[in-house]
Design a protein around this ligand. Structure first.
Ligand code: DSN
Length: 415
């Protein structure tokens, strides 16, 4: 019996149930993944006990020599992986990574340009209820109505009109490769700084399969847990010239002690992403997304921009008489996990939008390939076309539980 099971059976039971859910179902949330057993182990260590305010070699607490080693490794590996001069690996999340850049380069009330949440941006790209929309004047660009690609003419027009201090590129629900050099060109023209939030596609960048924003941006923010497949957390990359200001903003500006166990998980994840196998993994994520997208389109769903060239797709479910909320709930009953999502120019509301967002990073980690994606696509279509038939969802749930039994989950099943 584990220590947790013995001391707190309620929490232990909930965790066991979640282990079962992660193992038995099809995890298609585009921002989720399964970390390796090594990342999981590092994140579950006694490093959680340690306070280490400050940075390696300059801490406000004693006893930080081993934490220094871990954080230095994480910083060094992040820099090697992405070709950056400086990395801050302490932000607790992607939101805090973004906050740290805004607080470094923007004064309250200043203007920045970022992607509209309704077109695929993130909460921290200036949503009106978020700090990023309350503290600053966020101006939004979006995608074109005809092809759902970023409208660079509009980005340039807004940049010339509003003269923002900062331009933010990057998205949470955009199925196409983002042209970072184009953003850099516009930023240079209007004298703005460029920040790229690569949280979703960081793993593809690490693998050399998406153009690298570090080459053209002043700041690059990310999470470590999406396509990069590390522990839940954030980090920021920048040039050496910005290092002091950024570090001062993260600590003491907006955080106290780093989460040392998570920093250890990040170090392991950056090391894993440097291995040749990671490139193969990232290539398979993209291939799988393409095959799944083709399967869904052939089955009658409309995808934003018509398809995908990264790890995710946005499917409009209204042509088959559903809403995103109904689709999410119905798929959930069948053991298929996705999230409802606005599609560009959505006429519906965020809590019951027209679409669902689907990603292949997690299933690819389990070793699924193109044929499996065709099967997954067929299940999605079958369930969505029979929302009123509880028996279909029930049967598919059973089929999926049997199917997923053949694919191990790192950290849950033995490799
Ligand atoms: N909440 C994340 C997502 O699902 O894309 C972004 O932070």
């Amino acid at each position: 019996m584990s220590a947790l099971q013995q001391s707190d059976s309620a929490v232990w039971s909930a965790i066991q149930a979640e282990i079962g859910r992660q193992a038995d179902g099809l995890e298609l949330i585009a921002s989720e993944n399964y970390t390796s057993a090594a990342v999981l182990e590092a994140a579950g260590t006694v490093l959680t006990n340690k306070y280490a305010e400050g940075y390696p070699g300059r801490r406000y607490y004693g006893g930080c020599e081993h934490i220094d080693d871990v954080e230095s490794l994480a910083r060094q590996r992040a820099c090697e992986l992405f070709g950056a001069e400086h990395a801050n690996v302490q932000p607790h999340s992607g939101s805090q990574a973004n906050m740290s850049v805004y607080l470094t380069v923007l004064q309250p009330g200043e203007t920045y340009l970022a992607m509209d949440l309704a077109h695929g941006g993130h909460l921290t790209h200036g949503m009106h209820l978020n700090f990023s929309g309350q503290l600053y004047n966020a101006v939004h660009y979006g995608v074109r109505e005809d092809d759902h690609r970023i409208d660079f003419d509009h980005v340039a027009k807004l940049a010339r009109e509003h003269r923002p201090t900062l331009i933010v590129a990057g998205a949470s629900a955009y199925p196409r490769e983002i042209d970072h050099p184009k953003f850099a060109e516009i930023a240079r023209e209007v004298g703005a700084l460029l920040m790229v939030d690569m949280a979703h596609y960081a793993g593809l960048v690490a693998a050399g399969l998406h153009n690298n924003p570090v080459e053209v941006a002043d700041y690059v923010t990310s999470t470590s847990h999406k396509t990069l497949r590390g522990p839940r957390g954030g980090f920021v990359l920048t040039r050496e010239a910005n290092a002091k200001d950024l570090d001062r903003t993260v600590f003491p500006g907006m955080q106290g002690g780093p989460l040392c166990h998570i920093v250890a998980g990040k170090a392991v994840c950056f090391g894993e992403a440097q291995q040749p196998e990671f490139r193969e993994y990232a290539a398979a994520v993209i291939d799988n997304a393409r095959v799944l997208a083709e399967t869904l389109v052939a089955g009658g769903l409309q995808l934003a921009s018509g398809g995908t060239d990264n790890h995710l797709m946005l499917a409009d479910v209204t042509p088959i008489g559903l809403t995103g909320k109904i689709a999410e709930e119905t798929l959930d009953r069948a053991g298929i996990t996705v999230n409802k999502n606005m599609i560009p120019f959505d006429q519906r509301k965020p809590l019951d939008p027209s679409g669902i967002r689907i990603g292949t990073a997690a299933l690819t980690t389990r070793g699924m390939g193109a044929d499996d994606m065709r099967r997954v696509g067929a299940w999605i279509l079958e369930v969505l076309k029979a929302v009123d038939d509880a028996g279909v969802a029930e049967r598919v749930r059973g089929e999926i539980a049997e199917f997923t039994g053949a694919f191990s989950v790192p950290g849950i099943d033995p490799a």
